[in-house]
Design a protein around this ligand. Structure first.
Ligand code: 3PG
Length: 303
């Protein structure tokens, strides 16, 4: 089978060689499309492939239509909002992710952003400490849980909201479960966002939630920019000179007017570590090799 590794944001070299080793060792051919700047390059590259490994690369209905032999797409990472699931399902294409494989990198960045904001973006002046503050976790999945555990290591009190996770799972971690999103935001000095971008969540984090945060409240978004209501966020930052927003997914609107109360990395970088690239990339390669060898669809997200 011909398998395309399509990564506009390339994996570390060690991950790429590991992916090749696994797939070529299983008798497959690997094609590489990295750092492409035009969707036309992706459309041309998928023309004769049976499988794809992607990151945040967009697999649209147009890409699916341009890939008549495509049988499986593995998103090497967690969120698969970049894949048109309906278009894939219509064609019988299996879509998988690699849950948990890049979570630690994202969790470490979330804590790094908290410290960065607490210390005035590492410029001179008096900052504050994380210890003793309340850390709210919005969605207790793989990343949210790791952020919670790291926060506890910093001496933070951790509260979390996630209706899909059993209270017992949070109890075991020593994390306090809150029953509503409103209660989560109103209690959190630091709020770490880990919800996926879905029709329900898009634009759902807005003025009311942000304005309810305690004095000095800091929202950290390493999830998706689409979940933020940017107008509401701007209004809250305008009205409250104590609120802060830090993210690794730059908003569409400009927030530069908020000075050191706003920070965005120039490119999404939560999962940009060699370890995360290797974990997610190799997991994706194993899942594809296994799918073609045995039909295993364990991580399929469009069942
Ligand atoms: C994910 O959903 O796995 C993360 O957002 C990482 O995305 P990336 O592979 O584009 O860095």
């Amino acid at each position: 089978m011909k398998i395309l590794l399509a990564t506009e944001k390339p994996f570390a070299a060690e991950a790429v060689s590991g992916i090749k080793k696994i797939l070529e060792g299983a008798g497959h051919e690997v094609a590489l499309l990295e750092k492409y700047s035009d969707v036309a390059q992706l459309l041309a590259a998928v023309a004769d492939v049976e499988a794809m490994i992607i990151r945040s690369d967009k697999v649209t209905a147009e890409v699916v239509a341009a890939a008549p032999k495509l049988k499986i797409v593995v998103r090497a990472g967690a969120g698969y909002d970049n894949v048109d699931l309906a278009a894939c399902t219509r064609r019988g294409i299996v879509v998988m992710n690699t849950p948990g494989q890049n979570s630690n990198a994202v969790a470490e960045l979330a804590l790094g952003l908290m410290i960065f904001m607490a210390r005035g973006q590492f410029t001179p002046g008096t900052g504050s400490e994380l210890k003793g503050k309340t850390l709210g976790i919005h969605a207790y999945g793989n990343v949210g849980r790791l952020v919670a555990l790291l926060g506890k290591g910093f001496g933070m009190h951790v509260v979390a909201f996630d209706p899909f996770v059993s209270p017992a799972a949070m109890d075991v971690d020593g994390v306090e479960r809150v029953k509503t999103i409103e209660a989560l935001y109103s209690r959190s000095n630091y709020l770490s966002l880990h919800i996926p971008a879905t029709t329900e969540t898009k634009g759902s984090i807005g003025y009311d939630l942000l304005a309810s945060m305690p004095n000095g409240g800091t929202l950290v978004n390493t999830a998706r920019k689409e979940v933020i209501d940017e107008q509401g966020l701007a209004k809250a930052l305008e009205e409250r000179a104590d609120l802060k927003y830090a993210t690794d997914i730059a908003p569409d609107a400009s927030f530069e007017q908020f000075g050191k109360r706003f920070f965005a990395t120039s490119k999404k970088m939560g999962a940009e570590t060699a370890e995360a690239n290797i974990n997610a990339g190799l997991a994706a390669a194993h899942q594809i090799a296994d799918f073609f060898a045995t039909g295993n669809t364990k991580f399929q997200v469009n069942k």
